[in-house]
Design a protein around this ligand. Structure first.
Ligand SMILES: [Zn+2]
Length: 350
């Protein structure tokens, strides 16, 4: 049933210089009139390159917006202000701009071109937009992009912390799929076998060559995109999100200064893997070693008391969402691990 309803991207380009070819990618299927949405503070050459590419193919940018927040209210205003006869929406930048552009395109039922300038999480091609509504963060259903355009050179030039964050969001797929299976055994929740296999496979595909170079960026971009497709297939975020995401959402709610999504999620996935029996813990640890993940945490350590609070809050973040955290109070074991595991040394303060 739901298989007949899934929408996956029609066009995927992951290569150096892809940004300069977006005009061509719009031109071929006949999209002549577009609305552009950019991240605030993007290096100015990136929007300029997109515009040059559009004009080279005589494609009109009928509207252009800099996205300042990532709110339902802003998305609604953009929807109301879309130019007449607009045929496609192009989002360029980071999570906030892309989540907003994706949601506007969903509401307007227009093809959406996602052009991430970094790969810090799997949101650029996921079936949700994370937007605030009345100041509270919500995950709102959205269509997958019509096109995913990842310029590997542009993403490689993004800060190393964003790369580490993307790798952190990717390794979470191992713990997420274990939690899904735990839920099947405890609650009878149906597991989508193919979505699970796809999600699992993306991690191992990347793990074979986890370098921060152009080929590594291509592999990470592909893996994160396929995670989004696994979510679309499953009709839920189960293939990509388990206890580690609940802990990260709880940290967003209780931290004085929440860190990048994938940094929180990756560290929480490592702890979660141990709680789940440890099968994936070393795999996750090694992939994160290669990404320079722990060194980044040591430069800006997490606050231990905030993690204690987050562990207490996490099981109630999504009512009815069964994970390893539903089985017991997981904090004492995790606190012990934080104190003794060599990888986690100096990653927590306070
Ligand atoms: Zn995530």
């Amino acid at each position: 049933m739901r298989r007949s309803m899934i929408r996956i991207p029609e066009l995927v380009r992951i290569k150096a210089g892809a940004l300069d070819r977006i005009g061509l990618y719009l031109d071929r299927p006949g999209f002549r009139r577009t609305a552009l949405m950019f991240s605030e503070g993007l290096p100015s050459d990136l929007p300029a390159r997109l515009r040059a590419s559009l004009s080279a193919h005589s494609i009109e940018a009928a509207a252009s917006h800099e996205i300042t927040g990532a709110s339902f209210e802003e998305a609604s205003a953009l929807l109301g202000g879309l130019p007449p006869r607009c045929q496609a929406i192009v989002g360029l930048g980071g999570g906030k701009a892309l989540d907003t552009a994706k949601y506007v395109a969903t509401l307007a039922n227009l093809p959406y071109f996602a052009a991430p300038t970094s790969l810090s999480n799997d949101g650029f091609c996921s079936p949700q937009s994370s937007l605030t509504l009345d100041g509270r963060r919500k995950s709102l259903a959205a269509h997958l992009p019509w096109a995913v355009v990842i310029d590997t050179e542009v993403c490689q030039a993004a800060p190393a912390a964003l790369w580490a964050s993307g790798v952190g969001d990717l390794v979470a797929k191992l713990t997420a799929t274990v939690d899904w299976k735990l839920s099947f055994h405890a609650t009878g929740e149906i597991v989508d076998d193919f979505a699970t296999l796809l999600s699992d496979a993306t991690v191992f595909q990347f793990a074979g060559r986890p370098e921060r170079d152009s080929e590594g960026i291509r592999l990470l971009g592909t893996a994160l995109m396929l995670n989004g497709i696994a979510m679309e297939m499953a009709g839920s975020s189960r293939p990509a999100s388990g206890a580690e995401h609940l802990i990260s959402h709880a940290l967003d709610a209780c931290s004085a200064r929440p860190r990048l999504h994938g940094l929180q999620v990756g560290c929480a996935a490592y702890l979660t893997a141990h709680l789940q029996g440890g099968d994936h813990a070393d795999t996750i640890g090694r992939i994160l070693d290669g990404a320079g993940f722990w060194d980044l945490l040591r430069r800006d350590p997490f606050i231990l008391s905030e993690w204690r609070e987050a562990f207490a809050l996490a099981p109630s973040i999504k009512p009815g969402y069964y994970t390893v955290l539903s089985t017991r109070d997981a904090w004492p074991e995790s606190e012990e691990r934080i104190a003794t595991d060599p990888r986690l040394r100096q990653c927590f303060a306070g």
